[in-house]
Design a protein around this ligand. Structure first.
Ligand code: XMP
Length: 323
């Protein structure tokens, strides 16, 4: 019988047996998957786990603080924060192709981890052998690792790993769907804001900028995303939608008018979706007044954005993310 209690007990036992007296590292992304995976492993092996938070500069507004404060407070986990923003920006310079961006971000992510590992080993000895990942069942299937389905996108958690990976992987959520992960997180006593958090891709805002990723564009998208999230929360819609990617069409400009002047700015796309497991999705029928509020605020408050458009495509044929 499937219960969260059974899943937790089973995984805790398996992880303890696997890890033995060795040590593990877990990357926290700020999302529910890595948080639940880390909490599960923390429950199994306690202080043998060190969490690493890579600030790749592709996070949303306030996310670093949420990991550093709320998650640490809830779990008491050991956390090492790595500021790698410059490194990721340099690696992504001049790159517009979505798959190339995903591969670069995945690769750099692992490399930063290897550096963090080396530093942790210097502190704690060579027993650090395991890497915890919050890979879910849909990630496994879509990356072609499950049922032989064609590879749709190279997922950060699965396909992006380089050949020279030195860690052994622990993937305690590999058989679970998102709603099950939330239940496990709740059972583990994680705070509501983390457990109910909407999914956010590993490559972060890097795959929500259509075009080259730059610091300026990231800052712009972060502002637009923060406004959309704020208004959706204020309208009480967080539980009704699965997630709402906010996408910057950085290579597109359109003509607008604001005040007395002609503008020539970028469009922002709102991509609110309803879904059970992210394998399929439908576009969310958000109330018009909420959409209007978001649109007005983004065009007024975000420099260089003069148009907000709504994505009304289901999955399939459109994926949830734009890249
Ligand atoms: P798509 O765009 O494939 O997204 O319909 C399905 C779900 O997966 C999330 N997503 C990712 N999650 N690493 C992740 O951990 C990734 O590389 C990645 N790409 C997409 C996406 O936000 C949606 O919830």
């Amino acid at each position: 019988d499937w219960t969260t209690g059974n899943v937790i007990d089973e995984q805790v036992e398996a992880i303890r047996e696997l890890v033995g007296d060795k040590r593990a590292i877990c990357g926290l992304s700020g999302g529910v998957d890595s948080a639940v995976a880390a909490a599960l492993v923390q429950k199994a092996i306690g202080s043998q786990l060190t969490c690493v938070y890579v600030d790749h500069g592709l996070m949303r507004k306030g996310e670093t603080e949420q990991v550093e404060k709320d998650f640490v407070a809830a779990t008491g986990v050991q956390l090492k924060v790595v500021d790698a923003q410059e490194r990721f920006l340099a690696a992504l310079k001049g790159v517009s192709d979505p798959e190339e961006k995903r591969k670069i971000i995945g690769r750099e992510f692992i490399r930063v981890f290897e550096q963090a590992q080396a530093e942790i080993i210097a502190d704690e000895g060579p027993a650090v052998e395991f890497l915890v990942q919050g890979t879910l069942y849909p990630d496994v299937v879509e990356s072609g690792g499950g049922t032989g389905t064609a590879n749709i996108k190279s997922h950060h958690n699965v396909g992006g790993l380089p050949e020279d990976l030195e860690f052994k992987l622990i993937e305690p959520l590999r058989k679970l769907f998102k709603d099950e992960v939330r239940m496990v997180g709740q059972e583990l006593g994680l705070p509501e804001e983390i457990v109910q958090r909407q999914p956010f891709p590993g490559p972060g805002l890097g795959i929500r900028i259509v075009g080259e990723v730059t610091k300026e564009r990231l800052d712009l998208l972060r502002e637009a995303d923060a406004i959309a999230r704020e208004e959706l929360t204020a309208a009480g819609l967080d539980r009704d939608i699965w997630q709402c990617p906010v996408v910057l069409l950085a290579d597109v400009r359109s003509v607008g008018v604001q005040g007395d002047g002609r503008t020539y700015g970028h469009p922002i796309v709102l991509r609110p979706v309803s879904s059970e497991d992210a394998m399929t999705a439908d576009w969310s029928r958000l109330p018009y007044d909420v959409l209007a509020k978001i649109s007005t605020r983004i065009t007024n408050e975000v420099r260089d954005v003069n148009r907000v458009v709504l994505d009304v495509t289901s999955k399939p044929p459109g994926t949830i993310e734009w890249e």
